[in-house]
Design a protein around this ligand. Structure first.
Ligand code: PLP
Length: 382
């Protein structure tokens, strides 16, 4: 395969089969569940949709591996499938893992309910405080699980310190990098063993499918894929095709979303009806210096605090361009109150401890014209 030097070029060309299938510029969808046995009748040579061994999967996972700088990648039926199959594939009863205190809600339930039920112990730690980690280690600790940028308050994880701690203590370093995408951060370059994504979000980018991705060394990805083959959460061929199509414009989309997010964050910070803005691109954000050093761009996500819960409700009713909906990373700007969506399962006290109130609004910045979007937010804030 040709060697593509830059992320932008890899996004467009990596993974394309050589020669192209029937000369088609775009790799076709192989809508076939099963394939002829070719020669060696070994299990590993079987091409079957659940085993992710179809030509559609091969093209997509080669593109994903290339953009993460990984040896290999696999795709899953959702982001949660990527997370659960990774942890179930790498851990056994009796093992222990460290996990960041603030993680995606579905992940928090997996860590808090399902893994303990299977005999896998979890200790939650503050991923911005490396001095507190060693005390949580046990002889049976195997893995450290973090997110690059937390939801919804956008804390910046000390990525290099997590990787260094894992190297020192022989742990697997695993990161959910959904909020940043490989355009903003490529964690394998910083020493992580596996990077996971809800490909539903930025990687696909069009709010029209649910998918997950895992990238890392060939050995680790093979172990995770082995578990997925049994657990069954593989990605359908048509969804693979859509995700592969979405990926081609990832860099263009994310860079534009980053620019608009910065402009919107600045405008909101200067608005009298806004109490506080959280965006790593603003100098007053506690993680700004770290983000500036680590990230290529500050991401397309921000959060702000309206004057009151009532004001937040009025804003959500009044805003015209942004859609009031959960999820993120699409071409449409989405706004949501975490207290009514991702963090609705927590008690008000637990939310307050995290810094989330009924007036907190999370924004996933889309591809609308930045000035028009800023005007719309301003008008809706009254
Ligand atoms: C959405 C999300 C997930 C779960 O992804 P699904 O595709 O909905 O299963 C996991 N982690 C983060 C950070 C997310 O934003």
């Amino acid at each position: 395969m040709a060697r593509y030097r830059t992320l932008d070029t890899r996004l467009v060309h990596a993974g394309t089969p050589e020669p192209r299938v029937g000369g088609a510029v775009v790799t076709p969808i192989f809508q076939s569940s099963t394939y002829e046995m070719d020669g060696a009748a070994e299990y590993d040579a079987i091409r079957y949709l659940r085993l992710s061994t179809t030509p559609t999967h091969a093209a997509l996972t080669a593109r994903l591996a290339a953009i993460e700088g990984a040896e290999a990648a696999l795709v899953c039926a959702s982001g949660m499938a990527a997370i659960s199959v990774t942890l179930l594939g790498l851990l056994s009863a009796g093992d222990h893992l460290l996990a960041q205190d603030q993680v995606y809600g579905g992940t928090a339930s997996l860590l808090g309910e399902d893994l303990p039920r299977l005999g896998i112990a979890v200790t939650r730690v503050n991923a911005t405080r490396p001095d507190a980690w060693a005390a949580a280690l046990r002889p049976e600790t195997r893995l450290f699980y973090v997110e690059g940028l937390t939801n919804p308050l956008l804390e910046v994880t000390v990525v290099a310190a997590v990787a260094a701690f894992c190297r020192e203590h022989g742990l697997l370093a695993v990161i959910d990098n959904t909020f940043l995408s490989p355009v903003n951060l490529r964690p394998l370059e910083h020493g992580f063993h596996l990077v996971l994504h809800s490909a539903t979000k930025y990687l696909n980018g069009h709010s029209d499918l649910v998918a997950g991705a895992v990238a890392g060394s060939a050995e680790l990805v093979a172990r995770v894929l082995h578990a997925q083959n049994h657990l069954g959460g593989s990605l359908d061929a048509h969804a693979c095709f859509l995700l592969d199509r979405g990926l081609k414009t990832l860099a263009l989309r994310v860079r534009r979303q980053n620019q608009t997010a910065l402009a919107l964050a600045r405008a909101l910070a200067g608005h009298p009806a806004v109490r506080r803005v959280r965006y790593p691109g603003l100098p007053e954000h506690p993680g700004h210096a770290r983000a500036a050093e680590l990230f290529d761009g500050f991401g397309g996500m921000l959060a702000f605090e309206a004057a009151s819960a009532r004001a937040a409700e009025r804003f959500l009713d009044a805003v015209q361009l942004a859609v009031h909906a959960p999820s993120l990373g699409g071409v449409e700007t989405l706004v949501v109150r975490p207290s009514r969506s991702s963090h609705a399962g927590l008690s008000p006290e637990a939310r307050a401890a995290l810094g989330i109130t009924d007036a907190t609004i999370r924004v996933s910045v889309g591809l609308e014209d930045p000035d028009e979007l800023i005007e719309d937010f301003g008008a809706a804030l009254g």
